[in-house]
Design a protein around this ligand. Structure first.
Ligand code: LLP
Length: 418
């Protein structure tokens, strides 16, 4: 199974830890991650790319937990950050990896650039000429050199949800690839700026390899042009976006990564570049789940509702992207099958995890798990409805430890002034 959540008899476990016990010990809603599964995915990527000089820069936004970041840092990963806040997380969780950080995002601010220059990060993925000018100014002010890659927009279409597709000209990301060479020409003359790479990211949850290969093919040709112009372009940042399977369909992550690696290696063959990858979801999504308890069940007309103690503020993917998450009971038994909407307590009709979902009959007090919630789950959680966010637990070799305590209402209100 691509997921570390499996039944031991009738009881669901995460890498050997019993989920009923975790609920009893830490309460619900609770994010549970398997450190073993995260490490397995990281090693899978590293092995498949072993033949090429590469660095895996984990996309912090997918799951920003300090404990998860520390684990990945110890496995030799770098990080893809998009804010000064995420940089601070790297400082605290994996300071030894600061030299393996790439900084993406269309709206970097001067203070964030200063902090990143000061930390000596590997590469700025610059997304506009205006940003390039500010970066040059900051680098000069601090007496530093900013290594940059332009994030180019290759105009490659990749099938995914429109909110997470990014590689088309109409999107706000990057610089059109046809214009890139001219911008590099400007960049190379700027004091404080050193063009060192080309980067691309075409979107997220992309399940076929061809769009990645096509994007990197276009990047390769640009790298060759730039080298011809005399620039020392060493890095190819192929971005993140490698997808997983959320439903019940067969999914063999090792085979899929092998295919992805083969395609990229082929496109980059002989280029002699250092490949950077920015995977988020692939590393952490399936390693995590959201554990929640049924508060109530009810029936309105013909429709059955199961109301859980987790809500859209804890996991917004179904509400925001109509995302599908498998929902399974923590204790399986012989009850009848039911069809119900599984919803949270938040006062919005959009607060649902599943509509007309078939599960075993669920009763008040039952525990259920929303699978594949390790990426863009907790990191997108909010306080909407003045709800504290879930606690988080990391399981390694059957041992669970709290990596984020449950918030208190005092935490939640601490910054407010009347
Ligand atoms: N690099 C860049 C520049 C990105 O913008 C992203 C994700 C990644 C890497 C990592 O992509 P991944 O490997 O995780 O697909 N909240 C949405 C996903 C948003 C993705 C944003 N950018 C979701 O829950 O599906």
């Amino acid at each position: 199974s691509p997921r570390p959540f499996v039944y031991a008899g009738s009881r669901l476990e995460c890498s050997g830890a019993d989920l009923s016990e975790l609920a009893a010990q830490f309460g619900t809603p609770l994010y549970v991650y398997s450190g073993d599964a995260i490490a397995e995915r990281a090693r899978m990527l590293q092995q498949e790319f072993a033949g090429v000089l590469h660095t895996i820069c984990y996309a912090v936004k997918a799951n920003s937990s300090l404990a998860v970041m520390r684990m990945l840092g110890e496995l030799g990963c770098g990080f893809d950050i998009v804010s000064g806040g995420e940089l601070e997380r790297v400082r605290r969780a994996a300071p030894e990896a600061l030299g393996r950080v790439v900084f993406s995002g269309v709206g970097k601010q001067a203070w964030e650039m200063d902090a990143a220059l000061d930390a000596g990060i590997l590469l700025f993925n610059v997304e506009s000429e205006a940003e390039l000018e500010v970066l040059a100014e900051r680098a000069q002010a601090l007496g530093k050199i900013a290594r940059i890659a332009l994030r180019v927009n290759p105009d490659v279409f990749a099938e995914t949800h429109p909110y997470i597709s990014t590689g088309l000209r109409e999107h706000k990301f990057g610089i059109a690839i046809e214009r890139a060479r001219e911008v590099y020409q400007r960049a190379v003359r700027m004091q404080g700026i050193e063009p060192a790479g080309v980067s691309v990211h075409i979107g997220s949850q992309i399940r076929s390899v061809e769009p990645f290969a096509e994007a990197v093919r276009r990047v390769r040709s640009l790298v060759e042009d730039l080298r011809g112009d005399g620039m020392d372009i060493r890095y190819v940042d192929a971005g993140g976006g490698f997808g997983i399977e959320y439903g019940k369909a067969e999914f063999d992550p090792a085979a899929r990564v092998a295919e992805y690696a083969r395609a990229l290696r082929e496109v980059l063959d002989g280029l002699n570049a250092h490949l950077l990858l920015e995977p988020g979801r692939f590393l952490v999504a399936q390693a995590g789940a959201l554990l929640t308890r049924v508060l109530y069940t009810k029936q309105n007309g013909k429709k059955h509702f199961v109301i859980t103690d987790a809500a859209m503020n804890d996991l917004i993917r179904p509400a925001l992207y109509q995302a599908h998450h498998e929902i399974v009971p923590v204790v399986k038994d012989e009850r009848a099958v039911q069809v119900a909407d599984i919803v949270g307590p938040v006062c919005e009709s959009g607060d649902f995890f599943a509509r007309d979902r078939e599960t075993q009959e669920l009763r008040q007090g039952d525990l259920v798990v929303l699978l594949d919630a390790g990426a863009y789950g907790m990191s997108l959680a909010s306080h909407y409805n003045t709800r504290v966010r879930p606690a988080e637990v990391l399981v390694e070799q059957g041992r669970a430890r709290l990596i984020r305590r449950r918030e208190t209402l005092d935490d939640l209100l601490a910054a407010e002034l009347i």
